[in-house]
Design a protein around this ligand. Structure first.
Ligand code: FMN
Length: 480
């Protein structure tokens, strides 16, 4: 398993999936090249010799959208199907037992340590990614580390970060996110919140940082468990926060209560494909210590208008957890769970073998409640029978078109949490900070009470197919 960003880049290069681009400008050129290459499902990109910056101060983008990259980061074999990866990860979550990070005294991240007047975040070639962005976003592939002041456990999550000045960063964490809750606890005690922001690291840490782990479960412990060994960390003395020893760039500091300091954040080209949340004042971090490796690589993961996906293609972060939670809550005969749509967050599909009247509705209702917490997350919950592969959207649509009478089997339930990033929040709701959305529950299973009379499916049986394929093997030789 790879241990840091550089080992990951080496592996991509070996597989012919990495391209070095020289002489691009941080001001929109890097972002636009990234967008164009991502649209064509092109290779990962390393930008070097960036305009106005020394050779070696690099930006890496477009690294994760290939299945190869996700399988490398999460240690899956290359031949596994998407649904098999989701199921495997779901089973892994079930076996979870924390593997704590290992504190070490030294690591590559300490190659350069800047404090006081020598701190200058503009030292790194942070792109302005999209035309209407309000500034330069250093935190797009970021992990932001905080410690709960009451319970002591360490969280990290991905929340975007915009540069304000050479020692100040603004960060946007939505309502309900763990860093949002933790920072508010410090502020309620009249204290600034210690924060460490890491701008380039082992892709597994980034992957884990975007998974909504339950409150109290440290992402470090979970990443250690997935790796099978503790993540090496060094302790930042000023904040008392553990930072990955092999990270590329880490800014450590304090976030004061917003009444003391908060700055305009946004607009930013967001993952739903819009600049929906505009500009608001958001909390800041004042940097006290800036660490970086020699020849640092800033990892960029800027959103691009869907359907282009530059982020992990297999929905481990949503589908595996949803599947796990449904099973844990006693739901029987769940055959598969997948999540489609932008960010693999919006359209949840659950395939099940219906065992009793209301089974599909019960499962869907729980799924709607479990998929909480981000803009539009789990807006559509679709239940399908066990003959439908939930990872195959065409099959799912066939079921929706042929097994669901909209009048009877679609429910619209208002009042779920969304976030300011939701493009469908009306100006009135936004003004009232009413960040709620309805969810749509589509039951595309054959109606339970007459499923035995439901028309037969027009498909040769598996046995007949097998027999015919063996008999006419010549016909099928070249056909996959
Ligand atoms: C690429 C990417 C960018 C993200 N940016 C943000 C963001 O700016 N703000 C936010 O609140 N959540 C963002 N998220 C979602 C959170 O990272 C995710 O909900 C995570 O679970 C939060 O961690 P927490 O559960 O520990 O709060 C992003 C997710 C991804 C994949």
């Amino acid at each position: 398993m790879v241990n840091d960003l550089r080992e990951f880049l080496d592996e991509l290069e070996k597989r012919g999936k990495l391209l070095v681009v020289k002489n691009a400008d941080w001001d929109l050129e890097i972002g636009t090249i990234n967008e164009l290459v991502a649209e064509k499902q092109g290779p990962g990109l390393i930008f070097d010799e960036i305009k106005g910056y020394p050779k070696g101060f690099r930006v890496a983008t477009n690294l994760l959208h290939h299945r190869i990259g996700q399988k490398l980061a999460f240690n899956f074999s290359e031949e596994m199907t998407d649904l098999a990866c989701v199921e495997d990860f779901k089973n892994k979550i079930n076996r979870f037992s924390p593997i704590h990070p290992i504190e070490v005294s030294n690591g590559p991240v300490k190659e350069n340590i800047l404090t006081g007047d020598s701190i200058d975040i503009y030292k790194f070639p942070t792109p302005k990614w999209h035309t209407h962005d309000g500034g330069r976003y250093i935190g797009t592939g970021v992990i932001t580390i905080t410690r709960d002041p009451d319970e002591g456990w360490v969280n990290f999550g991905t929340y975007r970060v915009m540069i304000q000045d050479k020692t100040t960063l603004a960060f946007y964490a939505s309502p309900g996110k763990h860093a949002t809750i933790m920072r508010e606890k410090y502020w309620a005690k009249g204290k600034p919140c210690p924060v460490a922001m890491c701008f380039g690291q082992d892709p597994l840490l980034f992957g884990v940082s975007t998974i909504g782990l339950p409150w109290g479960m440290s992402e470090y412990d979970f990443a250690g468990f997935v790796k099978g060994k503790g993540v090496e960390v060094i302790m930042d003395e000023t904040t008392g926060l553990p930072i990955p020893a092999s990270a590329e760039i880490v800014a450590c500091g304090f976030s004061p209560p917003p009444e003391e300091d908060s700055r305009p954040e946004g607009p930013f080209g967001e993952w739903q494909g819009y600049y929906a949340s505009g500009t608001r004042n958001e909390p800041v971090v004042h940097i006290k210590t800036l660490y970086h490796r020699n020849d640092p690589i800033l990892f960029g993961q800027p959103p691009i208008k869907p359907p282009v996906n530059t982020w992990f293609p297999i929905p481990l972060h949503t589908a595996s957890f949803l599947w796990n939670r449904l099973e844990k809550s006693g739901m029987m005969d769940i055959r598969g769970v997948y999540v489609h749509g932008p960010g693999n967050r919006i359209i949840a599909v659950i395939s099940l073998k219906q065992r009793y009247l209301g089974h599909a509705k019960q499962v869907a209702t729980l799924a709607g409640a479990f998929l909480q917490g981000g803009a539009c997350t789990g807006r559509y919950i679709i239940t399908v029978d066990e003959d439908i592969d939930p990872s195959n959207l065409d099959e799912v649509l066939w079921a929706v078109c042929t097994r669901c009478d909209p009048e009877q089997y679609i429910d619209i339930v208002p009042g779920f949490l969304t976030s300011p990033l939701d493009p469908m929040l009306s100006p009135e709701k936004r003004a009232k900070k009413d960040y709620t959305t309805a969810k749509v529950f589509i039951n595309a299973c054959k109606p339970y009470h007459w499923k035995h009379e439901f028309p037969l499916v027009n498909r040769a049986s598996d046995e007949l197919r097998q027999k015919v394929m063996e008999k006419f093997s010549e016909v099928f030789k070249g056909i996959k």
